[in-house]
Design a binder for this molecule. Sequence first.
Ligand code: PLP
Length: 377
Amino acid sequence: MKQFIYADNAATTQLSKDAFEAMIPWLLDEYGNASQPYSFARKPKKALSDAREGIAECINAMPEEIFFTSGGTESDNWAIKGSAFADPDKRVTITSAFEHHALLYSCKAIERYGYPVIYLMPTTDGIITTETLIGTISNTTRLVSVMYANNEIGTIQPIKELCDVAHSHGALFHTDAVQAVGHVEIDVQELGVDMLSASAHKFNGPKGIGFLYIRNGTTLLPYADGGTQESRYRAGTENIASIVGMVTALKENCTNLNRNMAHTQSLEHKLLKSLCESHIPFVHNGGDNTLPGLLSLSFAGADGEAILHRMDLMGISISTGSACDSVNTEISHVLKAISINDSLAKGTIRISLGKYNTEADVHAIVAALKKLLKPKP
Ligand code: PLP
């Protein structure tokens, strides 16, 4: 039988069995609309409020600060558009040049309406420094939005420090933590952020569900008008099954956070070590402080696209860069932003290991790379 190794966990993750099982009753039996007043709605209503509490607990928030969305893209759109249009006197948004397209294209949209956006450049190690932000921020800045961890190179940003700078200039702070929630510890009180985006399918929950954390007292326009759901900020009948799946997956990952981190970090170290021993020359992008298990590797003179397809033929799923952008084969905006040269950028792949990966997977990945890339004599 052909092997199958999934090493693209930054694109999406396998649904946890417990999350799947927790969803079933809400699809088949308890399908009542949580907003209705009759007794058949009581259980879904309770499941909704329990889920809100459960999610809040995982990130040290208050339940009423959790707003369910359809995922990371919607949460990012809401944070950017909902804050830009909320205050005509403070019209400037500051973000980084290497955000996910959900964030960048939301910024492009507000620019079309005449709201200026400033794009901060990261260091070559993939960090947005406080100095860069201090050099740009002013009292016309409405929002600073910097991702918690980059989805292509994994670098973790100094969010608390950046957030302090934003607040000292009277600006709000949002972070796209889609790659981080459920994988590293997230404490919104400790970070001080006003808004935070998350997506269930990145932490072994179902697809099409996520949340936006909005700190109590933050002025933000509603995302969708209609019914009274989500305190009238995001109307639409709640997707109870997916919400229950999401909270089950998040609790599971948060309970096992240290063990999962140790596991993926150890797989990552093993992969790097055996790649070094194989004498294949490579560059590991993103500096030292990266998400556990996420590896951006560049092979000078190679073709990342070709590596991806040849590994696929061997039954191994990896990525060249952002999975949300597999149609666009240009050099990724993230690699451009960290100024790596064109030859390395073209030869870049992303391997993202998750909690279900094994040492055997790592051996198979390195063996495949050895077949495809010439070791140095
Ligand atoms: N933000 C980041 C950093 C991501 O990696 C992704 C997905 O790859 C998204 C946002 C979009 O999330 P979703 O797929 O839930 O819309």
